[in-house]
Each structure stands twice: as structure tokens, then as C-alpha cells.
Design a protein around this ligand. Structure first.
Ligand SMILES: [Zn+2]
Length: 335
């Protein structure tokens, strides 16, 4: 068994915390029990005790993160009718491609698709347009997001501690990816946008990453963060079985309030949060429960409801309206 490290609160340094969830590693199936505690001083929730940094690799065995299987989809997105829709939505509704003429008819044609995909595109981390803009992705993995942003005109740069991923992105996508912890980055550029997607929950020192991002941003630059929502309906309903907990590889568990507070205290403003979920977030927890015991009557009803794609979509609308979606994309401006 791997030894774990008991820590003080990463944000305020307080020793006082109380355990709020104890569970096991459903995702990677590393043996042992793991807990999430909430700081009694500042309210931040984190995995405690947690793996030592030197043992980190042992906890990521068989992670889908290390296979570029998701990649093909993003290449296909840029072909044919999908390309037309995407390009037109970006031009007419996100103000991209300033040298191209606006076209009212096309704007009307793509309106329904815009309305259907608006939240998803923002959730993906689509930044506000900047002419000749520079974008950095911290924890860029295989470069999926950077590749899409490059195709909409951004000058992109990646940062990824995993050398295998970094090299793959360089070789297959021609994207420049630095492979070092961001706080030790040698990147000299300043960026209009710094994104860090599904990364902040994994890092040992989240404040340091936010700070490094700030240093790499131009004045009034935009920071884009995607993270799981610890205040989600998923966590409230499924508790220790919630899919997005993913401990012990997830070390930090932010609520909307906590990420807002942190960004404000680190010198960001105009903070806006987009709420979103994916199918795993409601289907996996029921799977986890079923593998342990029989479902209760309520859980059986939930399962039959969530089986229907259309009902899942309706449920997600409720999640969003109540700010209880499982995931959040945060946009913030450097002061
Ligand atoms: Zn604290």
C-alpha cells in the first residue's frame, strides 16, 4: 500500500478540518480508503491525507488521459457541414474571423445550432476573440483543445508535465508544448488567454498554478479554468459514489464559491461560471453502486430515467439552472 501524506489546508494553512466524504478509488481501482476534508477556517475541501508527489505516477495507472483515443473526434469536427456550422457560429456569434464579411442569412441559418451548442462551446473553453491572440493551455494533455483553438486562429502554446503527451502533441499536431511544471516554466511570452482545463483539481498547489497563470497573462488577459463542481447535485445525491470525485488523483474539490473567492484574492475580476455535465456524471455513480449492492427503489427509478438521452438532457437543464452541474468552466479577467 502507498503511504499517504496528511496536510494542512492548501489555501489558508489551517490545521483544523473535518472529514466530509470517505470513499475508495472507483476510477483507477487503487486499493485503500481515501477521504475529503473541509477546512474549518476557510471552507476549502481537499483530499486528505493524499499521495506524496513522488508517488503520483502509481495512482494514474490505466488512466484514459494517457491514450489519445478522444482525438479522432476533434479532427472530424472540422470537416464538411460541421465545419460550416462551427465556422459560421464562431464568425457571427463569437466575433471570430474579423477579415470575413458578416452574412445575415447565414447567421439566421445557424441560429438554432448556436442556441443548442452555445453552452457547450463556452464550457469547452472558447475564449473571447482577440486579433492575433496568443493562448496557453496549462496541462494540455494531448493538445486536443489547442488544436481546435489553432484552427480558429489562435497562436497556441502548450504546457504538460507528462512527456509522452507533450511529445505526441508536438509530433502529430505541430504544437509547441513545454514539458515542465508551470511554476518552473521558461516561457517568455505573455498571453491573451491562459486556459487550464480539468487540471486544477489534480495539482498539489492550486494557488501556485493560478499565480503562474497570472504572471503569463497580459494585462486584462482572460483566464479559463474547467474543474469539477464539489457543490454539485451529483455529489449531494450520490455522495461517496459520485463520479467526479475521482480521489485520490483529484486533490482539490472546489465549489463555485471557493473558486470565485480564490480568483478574487489572487487579483482576478469579471468572474463568470458556465455550468455543464456529461453523461458519465449521472450514469457512472449508479454503476458503482450496482457493483456493490442492490439499487434502492429510488435509485432504480433514477436509472430508468437517466437511460433516456432526452431525459438526461432535461435533467442537465435543471442542474444548470440550479448551478448544480457536475462541472464548471470559469472565465476571469486579470486586473
Ligand atoms: Zn483553509
Amino acid at each position: 500500500m502507498n503511504k499517504l501524506n496528511t496536510i494542512n489546508c492548501n489555501l489558508c494553512g489551517s490545521k483544523k478540518n473535518k472529514t466530509v466524504i470517505t470513499t475508495k478509488d472507483y476510477l483507477h481501482k487503487i486499493p485503500g480508503k481515501y477521504s475529503i476534508v473541509t477546512c474549518e477556517n476557510c471552507g476549502f475541501s481537499f483530499t486528505n491525507p493524499r499521495p506524496f508527489e513522488k508517488d503520483l505516477g502509481k495512482f494514474y495507472t490505466n488512466s484514459p488521459y494517457f491514450k489519445p483515443t478522444i482525438f479522432k473526434k476533434s479532427v472530424d469536427v472540422n470537416k464538411g457541414i460541421k465545419q460550416f456550422l462551427r465556422h459560421t457560429i464562431f464568425r457571427e456569434y463569437f466575433n471570430y474571423y474579423p477579415t470575413e464579411k458578416r452574412n445575415l442569412l447565414e447567421k439566421i441559418i445557424v441560429l438554432p445550432f448556436y442556441l443548442l451548442t452555445k453552452n457547450g462551446l463556452r464550457a469547452f473553453g472558447t475564449p473571447n476573440f482577440v486579433k492575433n491572440g496568443k493562448l496557453l493551455d496549462i496541462g494540455c494533455a494531448w493538445g486536443l483543445y489547442l488544436n481546435e483553438m489553432k484552427q480558429t486562429g489562435w497562436n497556441v502554446q502548450g504546457n504538460e508535465i507528462d512527456k509522452k503527451c507533450a511529445n505526441w502533441a508536438k509530433k502529430n499536431l505541430g504544437i509547441n508544448v513545454e514539458s515542465s511544471p508551470i511554476e518552473k516554466s521558461k516561457i517568455k511570452d505573455k498571453f491573451d488567454v491562459v486556459a487550464t482545463r480539468m487540471t486544477l483539481e489534480h495539482v498539489y498547489y492550486p494557488k501556485t498554478v493560478i499565480n503562474s497563470a497570472k504572471k503569463l497573462l497580459k494585462k486584462n488577459g482572460e483566464l479559463i479554468i474547467t474543474i469539477p463542481n464539489f457543490g454539485s447535485n451529483e455529489v449531494k445525491i450520490f455522495k461517496e459514489h459520485a463520479y467526479t470525485l475521482q480521489i485520490p488523483t483529484h486533490l482539490n474539490h472546489f465549489t463555485p464559491k471557493k473558486i470565485r473567492d480564490l480568483l478574487k484574492s489572487e487579483g482576478f475580476s469579471k468572474i463568470k461560471i458556465i455550468f455543464w455535465s456529461n453523461d458519465h456524471d449521472i450514469l457512472k455513480p449508479l454503476n458503482y453502486i450496482e457493483n456493490e449492492r442492490d439499487l434502492t427503489t429510488k435509485e432504480k427509478i433514477l436509472k430508468s430515467v437517466f437511460k433516456q438521452k432526452i431525459l438526461r438532457r432535461v435533467y442537465f437543464l435543471f442542474d444548470r439552472a440550479s448551478h448544480g452541474s457536475s462541472r464548471m468552466t470559469i472565465f476571469a479577467q486579470k486586473d
